[in-house]
Design a protein around this ligand. Structure first.
Ligand code: NAI
Length: 254
């Protein structure tokens, strides 16, 4: 039948866990995965937001459930992974996307608590997620992971010491997990967006214009554009793409 040859037919057989899925990029990834037929667990610190997203996906005909997760807490991450397996019977796809921007300050003045909070969320959170997802991906016979890094995973950015350090570290974590699990059918890649128009970006009109000017395309990216690349990397069409860092940045790095 035609449905079996559709590009995303494979997703109908799979369950995805998306962290930070109540907003921005994670929300768009969850929406796309549900539309492609995957069962999706919408995991977020913002429990009400996660429930609202899961309900809207279900109402639109998708398969979705919400779970509260705080990615800075390994037990909470373990619970979200267990919930996914209990609810939908397995885990094949994971998008480790939850993240925060943190306050902006030069490194010599950077608040120690701010540093710890950003590293806890943007780096430790990705490790805890991989720590509990990978055994389930193996149990499912293989799968694919996307870790949300950033253009600041290869570039520095004034005021963003912790964020840039964490996003660089996510690339190392991605590469290591990829080489460890490649022979067992698990692919792990990093997506590196330029500045994307989501609630993560705060600041006034002048700051927004300064960010736009960093992108030769003359605009910020959209969550949809990041979701597109993420879904491709999760799909079997990306079957030989592993352990790499994928920019979606409107030419920022060029
Ligand atoms: P967003 O602020 O719209 O969404 C982030 C979501 O993560 C929120 O729903 C929030 O509740 C959740 N979250 C925050 N801390 C959490 C925690 N401890 N546990 C569980 N959930 C938590 O942000 P956006 O822009 O969608 O960001 C998603 C990812 O993309 C982040 O990792 C961010 O660093 C990355 N990114 C964003 C860029 C941008 O310009 N917006 C650029 C490059 C990367």
């Amino acid at each position: 039948p035609l449905a079996d040859t559709a590009p995303d037919a494979e997703f109908a057989q799979k369950t995805a866990l998306v962290t930070g899925a109540a907003s921005g990029i994670g929300l768009e990834v969850a929406r796309r995965l549900a539309a492609a037929g995957a069962a999706v667990v919408v995991a977020d610190f913002n429990e009400q937001g996660a429930q609202d997203v899961a309900r809207s996906l279900t109402e639109a005909g998708g398969r979705a459930a919400a779970v509260r997760v705080d990615v800075t807490d390994p037990e909470s991450v373990r619970h979200a992974v267990d919930f996914t397996v209990e609810t939908f019977g397995g885990l094949q796809l994971a998008v480790n996307n939850a993240g925060i921007a943190g306050a902006s300050a030069p490194t010599g003045e950077y608040g120690v608590e701010n540093w710890q909070r950003v590293i806890d969320t943007n780096l430790n959170g990705v490790f805890y997620s991989l720590r509990y997802e990978l055994p389930q991906l193996l149990a499912a016979g293989g799968g694919a992971v996307v870790n949300m890094s950033s253009i600041l995973g290869t570039n520095g950015f004034a005021g963003s010491a912790a964020y840039s350090a964490a996003k660089h570290a996510v690339v190392g974590l991605t590469k290591t997990a990829a080489v460890e699990y490649a022979a067992r059918g698990v692919r792990v890649n990093a997506v590196a967006p330029g500045f994307i128009d989501t609630p993560l970006l705060k600041g006034d009109e002048a700051q927004r214009r300064a960010l736009i000017a960093l992108h030769p395309q003359g605009r910020l990216g959209t969550a949809d554009e990041v979701a597109d690349l993420t879904l491709f990397l999760l799909s079997d069409r990306a079957s030989f793409i592993n352990g790499s860092y994928h920019l979606v940045d409107g030419g920022y790095a060029a």
